[in-house]
Design a protein. Sequence first.
Length: 458
Amino acid sequence: MSQNREQWGSKLGFILAASGSAVGIGNIWKYPSMAGQNGGGAFTIIYLACILIVGLSIVVAEFVIGRKTQLSPVGAFEQLAPNTNWKWVGFLGVAAAFVILSFYGVVGGWILKYIIDSLSGGFTELAGNTDAASVVFNEFITSTFSPIIYQLFFMGLCIFVIIKGVKGGIEKWSKIMMPLIVVLLGVLAIRGMTLEGGMAGISFLFNPRFEDLTASAIVLALGHSFFTVSLGMGTMITYGSYLNKKQNLVTSALWVIFLDTAIAMLAGVAIFTTVFALGGNPAEGPGLIFVILPSVFPQLAGGTLWGTIFFILLFMAALTSAISILEVVTAYFIDQKGWSRKKATLQFGGVITIVGVFCSFSLGGGINITGFLGMPFFDVMDYLSSKYMLPIGGMLTAIFILKKWGISEYMIELKTGMEGMNLSSSLVKIFLIISALVVAFIIFNEIYFEIAGKALIG
Ligand code: PHE
């Protein structure tokens, strides 16, 4: 615990930085397409329940561990459970950061390229033609050099922000970008709702269709609640470690979850109202963002402007998440190895960028080092992190508090800063137990699926 450890400049700055981490590519392309395809409002109800029980419990848990120890994940677990294997939970987080940021940086590069394409009027010829838009996208991501150049820019910007530190980098950028994301998305959503036929997009997204809510949709909602609030890899431990004792950790976590969910829904409204009004196809996954939208925007009056706004806000959402991932790695080398911030960020930001280059290559532009698994390296990294590393990290964090640290010690730190508010330790305990059990089930279900070829549910 160093005397001159950096701290957030304000409560608001911390909340915006943490929600900046949470609000990312996951909110803007994953939630809308998942909800649209899996029962609309019915999916949203399940998703909200998962986020309010599992998401909230683990966000609070990570904040508490970080603030108590004033250390990033490896040091934090080591300090609370010296000479035990618990520090491996911290290492798992650092490893997950490498894995996620390597492919996230590639996608960040794609977004940058789409901002430039949109600005230069490149979408115009794609108007209403999803086949052409699909060819453009596939040619781009499978080429060798072009995606890498954009990825280098994106990663360079991440490294730049992180070198500037907690207050002068992460907090400063989040305070500018988060409000901008909300305003720009709001403008796009209003634009979409005022289009003729746009409201059909809202009913696609929010009307509960319980007949479409399959068991696998429920599992999907649970898994996504982890990724979307950046849980299970110590991001929130690291951000919590720059807090003083005055912050109310429960209200902060509620703010993060509220902003994350509200922005996901706003993105859904902005996207589906526009897609439905213009007769587009509400496709799933990256296709929705990189194929459907570029063919839909140019059909709108002022389409170049709308398209550019959309990709700029997506870029900001990706950047505030990517910096939080890089900070986990940087903080490890500062806290545990005594490195300077600059050295840690440059060296490991560099290593992650190189791993990312191999992710990009694996999509068609070069070698695929996981070809023997029958999957591109890019997909392996995505799959490993979101299906295993984050849920396992989150589950172990809950088990750590219940079994090792102890709920009474945990409550002392949790209650610091929330004077006047009552919180029962049995309730906190029940939430943590439910979270651990639910996540254990998802992981088990996934492994069972891999071995038996079918899932227990889903
Ligand atoms: N929460 C981010 C998103 O929704 C992704 C992320 C995961 C960021 C894990 C940090 C850590 O895109």
